[in-house]
Write a protein that binds this ligand. Sequence first.
Ligand SMILES: [Zn+2]
Length: 61
Amino acid sequence: MGIKKEKLHKSFNPEKYKMILCSGCRGTGKLFDGDKGVKVCSQCGGFGWVKKEEAWDRKNG
Ligand SMILES: [Zn+2]
């Protein structure tokens, strides 16, 4: 009751932080895991966005 939900997505500006939409989950933060249902995306940790540099590292490495 004392904790308000942060309206992250309303004020969040990914370009300001040089972040891009997570390619693993396409920004949803979740991955469909067969019959287990949905799990948290490991690339972005459920955030839905990743830093450009990190994304490039994964892409190249
Ligand atoms: Zn993700």
